[in-house]
Design a protein around this ligand. Structure first.
Ligand code: C2E
Ligand code: MG
Ligand code: MG
Length: 671
């Protein structure tokens, strides 16, 4: 390739003479009569060496080369002038804008020698720049060390590999920051001029591969790569490093978009706890083998960390296609899977990212796909369908509980009980809360406090929650048909149900099937869930309100809502958490807080219900504070549908003086 040079001089005789000399010696020459012309030319031509006169109209040679140096830092600038001008260019020489001063009149051979030097310096600069780019962009960890093994230079990948800051690594000996490496081995490697060293962990689970290259000085460039020697022993399942480099190569070599689907096994920690690490690893291997069974064409699976897997797919997938694909991939996990002597249920959080929109490097794409899987519960940009989960629980015993819960619905072990909410004005039942119960075949009655979190974690809460809604509303409809007094049926919604895209249509169906007026149904959502993703919650509650149903904020006082938010949330009822009610009469703060909550609800025009009212004293305090309804053992625990009917038939409930009547009833509640 010809060496290209730009000559700048306002004397055309000089330009002509130099052009002749340089063209004869194999240069490709471009010319400009002044600095402005030169800069315009540089914008359109690729020029790496500029030889300029010093004294020119409009712009001096040093001014020109200073601008060139700023705009094209790799370019080499040379000044040609009479010796008298030397002092004027010293500053530009010192600043690096001018590489050499060439005296006029020139000697041809001397000038050619100076130009040789300039081009040699140019290629050194270019090599250095591309080495630096390589260093920065390389996925491989690169170190530059001296003969003693001390680190003088590292790239970002090496900083990650060492899991420390750059400052902490620089100056250290390489064996200190690269576990598995023995300093002597490395020094041997450098002095013996070997190229490569492979080291492995004692248990052979991890290996370190070092490639060592001597640099011009007595330094060595070391590239280091840790690799898991196998990924769970499953062939075709790449290690993290392998998948990252597969992905990076795809992104660099092909212009096609690439999709990464990221899977995170739900609650895998519990498997580790209940099965032990060895069996839990066997389970992961089984999961991996099941995932690989139906591998899409032109795709690659990798294990990213303990219980996280990623699939690299060629092509750009739309949200619905991802959902269809993920459904296919995860179809084998829909039911229970046999593992050792038991049956377990495994589910995943799924996220994805697509290049180039969501990242054009392997690190970025994987990070975004992983983040979207992490946020899967909260929805957002990469919301992928959520899948039914795994096993958990602290021991094999409760692990059984999880598989049992999976079957509980079909075995008809779940049932609903109802607890009245009584008006403090009339003593009548104004509402009922439907509460779920599980009559386990071997273990007897299990509390929702125990199994609802399990159902949440496994995703089973979605079908179970839908069943509770259907059961409670059809029961409410039966009582209505029997001519019993009307009341509002409240049903609890879990956080996970709030994220379920089909929630609105489920509620619509239930209203249609039960034939109930929408304002006869109230959905209770805990304050904590509401606050987790307030913007999403508000949007969803508005949609629910649109259907005409009532909404209650449950366990209020525990979730630190701010008043700002309460104004924005479209709710009808506030339920004061039991913990404040039980503190009534004993703790001054509870009384103050309840007073405040009631006053605030008044201002907002909302109804207030107190939960967990157990004593007459609590009831009277609440009544005097202006609370609308109470729910609690004082009137009735949650009871079967049968017993609840009797409550409805025997209203008003007696035992207290209500705000609306001056009468004291004499006895306790009759069921
Ligand atoms: P929650 O929605 O706050 O329901 C009130 C809980 O307080 C019920 O517990 C009820 O039995 C209990 N309770 C009522 N009055 C008193 C009282 O005077 N004293 C005491 N100590 N407790 C009282 P339960 O039935 O054990 O339910 C616990 C939680 O489980 C519920 O709290 C609710 O968050 C959840 N849950 C129950 N059923 C469902 C359901 O169908 N779906 C969902 N997502 N969650 C449910
Ligand atoms: Mg509730
Ligand atoms: Mg509650």
């Amino acid at each position: 390739m010809k060496r290209r040079i730009l000559l700048v001089d306002d004397e055309s005789a000089i330009l002509n003479a130099l052009t002749r000399l340089l063209s004869r010696n194999g240069y490709e020459v471009l010319t400009a009569n002044n600095g402005v012309e030169a800069l315009a030319l540089m914008e359109i031509e690729s020029i790496s060496v500029v030889l300029s006169d010093y004294k020119m109209p409009m712009m001096s040679g040093t001014q020109l080369l200073t601008i060139v140096h700023q705009q094209y830092p790799e370019t080499i600038g040379l000044i040609m002038s009479g010796y008298a001008d030397f002092n004027a260019v010293v500053e530009a020489l010192n600043s690096g804008a001018v590489f050499r001063f060439v005296e006029k009149p020139w000697h041809d051979q001397q000038l050619l020698a100076v130009l040789d030097g300039a081009f040699a310096a140019l290629s050194a600069r270019q090599r250095k720049a591309s080495y630096q780019r390589l260093l920065i962009e390389s996925e491989e960890a690169l170190f530059e060390i001296d003969a003693g093994g001390d680190i003088h230079l590292i790239n970002p990948a090496a900083v990650i590999l060492c899991d420390a800051t750059e400052d902490a690594v620089l100056g250290q000996r390489i064996d200190r920051v690269c576990p598995l490496l023995d300093d002597e081995q490395l020094i041997d490697l450098c002095t013996d001029q070997q190229e490569m060293l492979e080291l492995a962990d004692i248990d052979n689970s991890r290996s370190l591969r070092l490639v060592v290259k001597p640099l011009a000085t007595d330094r060595w460039a070391v590239s280091a790569q840790y690799r898991a020697t196998t990924s769970l022993g499953v062939s075709e399942l790449l290690t993290r490093e392998q998948l990252m480099s597969y992905l990076q190569n795809r992104l660099v070599q092909m212009d096609n978009p690439t999709t990464v689907i990221y899977l995170d096994v739900n609650g895998f920690k519990r498997f580790n706890d209940s099965l032990g690490f060895n069996d839990a690893d066997c389970l992961l291997a089984q999961i991996a083998a099941m995932l690989l069974e139906d591998k899409p064409i032109d795709s690659q699976w990798g294990r990213m960390s303990g219980d996280e897997f990623a699939l690299v797919l060629s092509g750009h997938y739309a949200a619905e296609q991802i959902e269809t694909l993920a459904t296919q991939l995860l179809a084998p996990f829909e039911g229970l899977i046999a593992f050792n002597d038991q049956e377990i249920h495994v589910s995943f959080r799924v996220g994805y990212a697509v290049s180039p929109e969501d990242g054009d490097s392997a690190i970025e794409l994987i990070r975004n796909a992983q983040a979207s899987a992490n946020h899967c519960k909260r929805g957002g940009r990469f919301r992928a369908q959520r899948y039914q989960v795994d096993k958990n629980s602290p021991d094999v015993e409760s692990m059984g509980l999880q598989s049992d819960l999976y079957r509980a619905l079909e075995r008809k072990e779940l049932f609903v009980v109802y607890q009245p909410k009584v008006s403090l004005i009339s003593g009548c039942v104004e509402g009922a809360e439907a509460l779920l119960r599980w009559q386990h075949g071997r273990q007897g009655l299990i509390s929702p406090m125990q199994f609802i979190p399990l159902a949440e974690e496994t995703g089973l809460i979605e079908p179970i929650g839908e069943w509770v809604m259907a059961t409670a509303s059809s029961q409410r409809r039966i009582w209505q048909a029997e001519g019993l007094p009307p009341f509002v049926m409240s049903i609890n919604l879990s956080g996970r149900q709030l994220q379920d895209v089909s929630l609105i249509s489920q509620v619509e169906n239930i209203l249609k099937q039960s034939g109930l007026a929408p304002d006869q149904i109230e959905l209770e959502i805990t304050e904590t869930f509401l606050m987790q993703d307030i913007d999403h919650s508000i949007g969803l509650l508005q949609e629910l309100k649109h259907l005409g149903i009532r909404l209650a904020i449950d366990d209020f006082g525990t979730g630190y809502s701010s008043l700002n938010y309460l104004h924005r949330i479209p709710f009808d009822t506030l339920k004061i958490d039991r913990s404040f009610v039980s503190g009534l009469g004993e703790q001054r703060e509870s009384l103050e807080l309840i007073k405040h909550i009631i006053a605030m609800s008044r201002d907002l025009g909302k109804k207030v219900v107190a939960e967990g009212v157990e004593s007459q004293c609590q009831l009277e305090l609440l009544r005097d504070l202006g609370c609308d309804e109470i729910q609690g053992f004082f009137f009735s625990p949650p009871v079967s549908a049968e017993r609840f009917r009797r409550l409805l038939e025997n209203q008003p409930l007696v035992g207290v003086e209500y705000r609306g009547s001056s009468k004291f009833a004499a006895t306790g509640l009759q069921l």
